[in-house]
Structures are given as structure tokens and as C-alpha cells.
Design a binder for this molecule. Structure first.
Ligand SMILES: [Zn+2]
Length: 400
């Protein structure tokens, strides 16, 4: 029962063929290809001696039958549309390989991390944070099809949903591709995730006066678009004073009404968000945003209203898991790894509400992900697997 990285790579290649698109994969949640990949995984789990279940929300769960202490390990099987072969799948196959190598691991493919039907419905369900009412309300983001209808169609309706008992686990591990360029550009091969960033999202609505672009003098007009642009410029000037090194902020959408050439915009709607790993930094950024809006309202003719529309809480990795990953990385690739935050959200962040979590990153070639050309060097995949196994063993043994 030794680790076999060739077997691990072969499994990744097999899953790559289910829903293959160019060099990537198209496997949206609950598509025929996605269901095929779930059944494939359940069969592999049974072969390893795990008790496999595809539950009532599509989570594929393989329960270790022996004594603990146990680890939970996994990631997701579905992909974004016409996307990459490693995003998610890597962590699932790595978890399976841990089980094959004889580790007391429950393996899970958390359903729909990619959000075709909601936000982290699988991992939320697994920790008991997705109610029957949430199930009723969930819809496909593109088509509006109810989740219940699709579960019926794929034969999962009415099945029990697995909820984990946190006391069963010493921690939860997830291996994932970086989906950025930090490792590659630093010439590094492993990233030990120190935490997953939090996100805060806001809508800023600016009210002006819709009017004729010729007849209305510059002195008279209330141009909501212009106020929006100045306000965003102010944010860009002020945020660097309060943020941390890896903070990021994004204006994802600016919508003007009526949005045409000969009419002064009567309304501007901005969707704005920022991310950081530290709640303290996030609080500073939010206070700064409020000050900027206040200052805009003092200076401008068009009032702005700030409204929070969503957030996810930052989650720090467990220090023991971070040490285990770091020691293992130093053993297998001395000097070629780094601690780093995850700028993207993963199921581990949801699990962190109940369990100590940790994540391991391998480099993404060119940083590309959520695209069919996504790739990672095979030697980096193998290295990641070795680090994962070594870390899982030493963490379970309490050496960290
Ligand atoms: Zn992913």
C-alpha cells in the first residue's frame, strides 16, 4: 500500500477523457459526463475499500472503514464550462491516492464547487449548512432550472444527504492548482496555503438626472456616470493607504442608465468587491470605502448609496497542517516552495467552519485556469502528491 504517482497521473488522465473538450474538459454539474465521472469515482472508492455513496446533493463520499483518527480529503469533480482538466479533479484524485496508500482518509468530491447551481452547495450540505428550503430555492445559474428537477432527472432525488461529524476528523486537506502566476513567476513548485481570502461585495448606486446631452449646460447637469468614475478613482487612490500586500479590489460592473450616446446618465450602478486574508485589513478597507462614499456625497451633485450585497468570511489554515505541508515541501523540494494565501475560494473555506483545514497548491502554467488550456507540469503534479502524502502521514502522527 505504497504511494504510486504513476497510478495517480493515470487516474487524472482517465477523468480528462470524460467530457473532453480540446485539451480541457466540459463537465458542468449534473450533466451526463459529470454523472459519469461521479459514478467512476464511486467505483474507484469501492475498489480501495471505502464505503462509497453519491448522496442526495451529488456529493461523492468514500468513508474509510477502519479506525481513526481520520482525515477528510477531496475537492470537486465538475468543471466550469469548457474549462481545465485539473481544477478540482486534482484534489479528488490526490485524496483517492491517499486512501490507496493506506491512510485513514474519507475521500469526498464536494458537489458543484464551480457554482452552476448555487454557491458551494455540496460542501455546505456536508457541514449541515444547506437546508431543504435552500434546496427548494436553488436554480441553475444559466437556465433557471430548479435543482430539485435536475436531481430527479439524474436519479439523486430523495437520497439522504451526508452530514459529517467533525469529531471524526483531525483535519481536512485539499490539493489544488494555483490558478495564478505567483509560483511560476518565482520559479517555485509548491505553495502552502496560509489561508483563503474573504470577499466583501457591494453595490454603489448613484442617482443623477437623466437629460439631453446638448440642451443641458455643464453647470446644470447631474451626470451619474461622471460621479461614478470619480468615486472609483478615489477608491483606487485611497485603498493603497489601508490595504495589505496581497489585497485586491475589483469594479466588476458599471451600469449606466440609459447607457446611450445622447443622454446624460440618470443612474449609475457599480458592483465593487475586495478580498484579503485578514479580517482586520478587510475592516480597514470597508471603513475606507465608506469614507470615500461619504466624501463623494460631500463633493458631488449626484448622491451615492453604498449597500453590501454579499460576503464570505476569510479562513485561516490550521497551523499544524501548514507545518506538515511546509516540512514535507522542504523535504521534497528544498527552497522551491512558499507559504501563500489563496485568492480564490475553495470548498476548504466552507469546511473551515467545522474543521481544521489546509491546502496545497501546485503551479498553473501561465497562471491559466477556467479555460481549456489550463495545465500543470506532470512532475509538479507528482511532487504535489508526494508532499500531500508525507504531510498527511506526519500530521496524523501528530508530528507537527
Ligand atoms: Zn477548483
Amino acid at each position: 500500500m505504497a504511494l504510486d504517482t504513476a497510478r495517480f497521473l493515470a487516474d487524472l488522465d482517465t477523468l480528462r477523457r470524460i467530457g473532453a473538450y480540446k485539451t480541457g474538459v466540459h463537465r458542468p454539474t449534473f450533466s451526463p459526463e459529470d454523472m459519469e465521472s461521479r459514478r467512476w469515482l464511486a467505483a474507484r472508492m469501492e475498489e480501495v475499500g471505502l464505503e462509497a455513496t453519491i448522496d442526495g446533493i451529488g456529493n461523492v463520499f468514500g468513508r474509510h472503514k477502519g479506525p481513526g483518527p481520520h482525515l477528510l480529503a477531496g475537492s470537486h469533480l465538475e468543471t466550469q464550462n469548457y474549462a481545465g482538466w485539473l481544477d478540482g479533479v486534482l484534489g479528488v484524485v490526490a485524496a483517492l491516492e491517499l486512501a490507496r496508500a493506506g491512510l485513514p482518509v474519507d475521500v469526498c468530491a464536494y458537489c458543484d464547487e464551480e457554482g452552476h447551481w448555487g454557491d458551494f452547495i455540496g460542501s455546505k450540505s456536508l457541514i449541515g449548512a444547506f437546508s431543504e428550503a435552500d434546496m427548494d430555492a436553488a436554480r441553475n445559474k444559466e437556465t433557471g432550472e430548479p435543482l430539485r428537477a435536475r436531481l430527479e432527472q439524474v436519479g439523486l432525488a430523495g437520497r439522504e444527504r451526508i452530514v459529517i461529524d467533525p469529531r471524526r476528523y483531525k483535519g481536512a486537506l485539499e490539493m489544488h492548482i494555483e490558478q495564478g502566476t505567483q509560483l511560476e513567476s518565482a520559479g517555485l513548485r509548491i505553495g502552502v496555503v496560509t489561508g483563503i481570502v474573504g470577499i466583501r461585495q457591494f453595490r454603489i448606486t448613484i442617482t443623477g438626472q437623466q437629460d439631453h446631452t446638448g440642451g443641458t449646460t455643464m453647470r446644470e447637469r447631474k451626470d451619474a456616470g461622471l460621479t461614478a468614475v470619480r468615486l472609483l478613482g478615489m477608491i483606487d487612490q485611497e485603498f493603497p493607504r489601508v490595504c495589505a500586500e496581497r489585497s485586491v479590489w475589483t469594479t466588476g460592473r458599471i451600469a449606466l442608465e440609459p447607457n446611450t450616446v445622447a443622454i446624460i446618465p440618470g443612474k449609475a450602478e457599480i458592483l465593487f468587491s475586495f478580498r484579503d486574508i485578514s479580517a482586520e485589513v478587510m475592516d480597514r478597507m470597508e471603513a475606507c470605502l465608506r469614507r470615500v462614499v461619504q466624501e463623494s456625497n460631500r463633493r458631488e451633485r449626484c448622491p451615492a448609496v453604498l449597500e453590501p450585497i454579499g460576503h464570505s468570511k476569510e479562513a485561516l489554515s490550521d497551523p499544524g497542517i501548514v507545518r506538515a505541508f511546509s516540512d514535507a515541501a522542504e523535504k521534497f523540494c528544498p527552497g522551491a516552495w512558499q507559504p501563500m494565501p489563496s485568492g480564490a475560494i475553495h470548498d476548504s473555506q466552507i469546511l473551515a467552519a467545522k474543521l481544521p483545514v489546509g491546502m496545497l497548491f501546485v503551479p498553473s502554467i501561465g497562471g491559466i485556469s477556467h479555460h481549456w488550456s489550463e495545465d500543470t507540469k506532470r512532475e509538479d503534479l507528482e511532487l504535489g502528491m508526494k508532499v500531500m502524502e508525507e504531510a498527511a502521514r506526519s500530521f496524523l502522527a501528530g508530528k507537527n
